[in-house]
Design a protein around this ligand. Sequence first.
Ligand code: TYM
Length: 338
Amino acid sequence: MDNNINNNGKKIVLSGIQPSGDLNIGTYFGALKNWVKLQNDYINYFCIVDMHAITVRQDPSVLRRRTLEVAAGYIACGLDPEKCALFVQSHVPAHAQLAWVLNCYAMFGELSRMTQFKEKSEQHSDNINAGLFTYPVLQAADILIYNAHLVPVGADQKQHLELSRDIAVRFNSVYGDVFTVPEPYISKEKSAKICSLQEPAKKMSKSDKNVNATVLLFDKKDDIIKKFKRAVTDSDTAVRFAEGKDGVNNLMTIYSCATGKSYDEIEREFSGKGYGDFKLAVGEAVADALMPIQKKFGELMSDRTELEKILKDGAQRASRRADRTLAKVYKKIGFLQI
Ligand code: TYM
């Protein structure tokens, strides 16, 4: 019997977002929206992974501000602090403590193969620090410390999830069933990878320097519409989902996420119309979908005391479970208990 399932038969979900840039519609449609859907059926842990963010240089005051903004973003997007422990990763020291242990069960070779490490090493060639290299081990610790069953993420995190599973299996094979082996939850829909509006073969990224490439969760309606008008498409004119039409495919995916319409419905809606009409409709639909989130975000950011209370409570709830796992791990590996 899995002793991490509670009396109501609920399993555990964990996920996190780095406060390394402003939240955008990629993070929202690819991850956060799924978390909101899952929250009623699971025991939920959602963190803001500030320790991961410092693998790239951060301005301390900006990092502090963004950490709070991501927390407010979680709630504004629909996470309920009563149903979910919402917390900051560095407020639960057991993550870092377990990460050190797991570093001794992760192999140099497997970490060297991580695509994100290779990409970030190229982007930050002046700062290829050890934290960037062991980043996925800290991510494994985030997950395994709660014995999470399910980890809802976008498609780009699949490799890190596989590594977390490998580390769990390796550890369990030495010490018995200590960790639950987590399953990734990656939406089967195209929203698992929302792409850049300027380079539609690439993922929309928080750290993109081109402001027209990403739509931020807190962009104004006019800016959202402008960004979609400038979105890169192709020389065809028909709105249809097809091979080689990355830009249009991406816009159709975003429109589908914002309206709930299927690709067939979208093709019918814009049959005989050009890209201009379509881009305007996508911009308006996204702005409308974000409006209630933006309103709620504003309210939350104006009451910092309440936000801090939620994060403190979340960290306490998370620590209770995390500390239990850490104690078990320390005992298993032979750390002296006094
Ligand atoms: P991060 O902060 O880059 O992104 C947060 C979540 O959003 C998803 N995502 C996207 N999905 C679809 N399209 C996009 N354009 C897009 N951009 C981002 C990501 O897949 C992710 O689910 N390493 C993680 C953070 C992390 C974590 C964890 C996640 C740390 N510990 C434990 C899960 C469990 C990251 O960098 O996500």
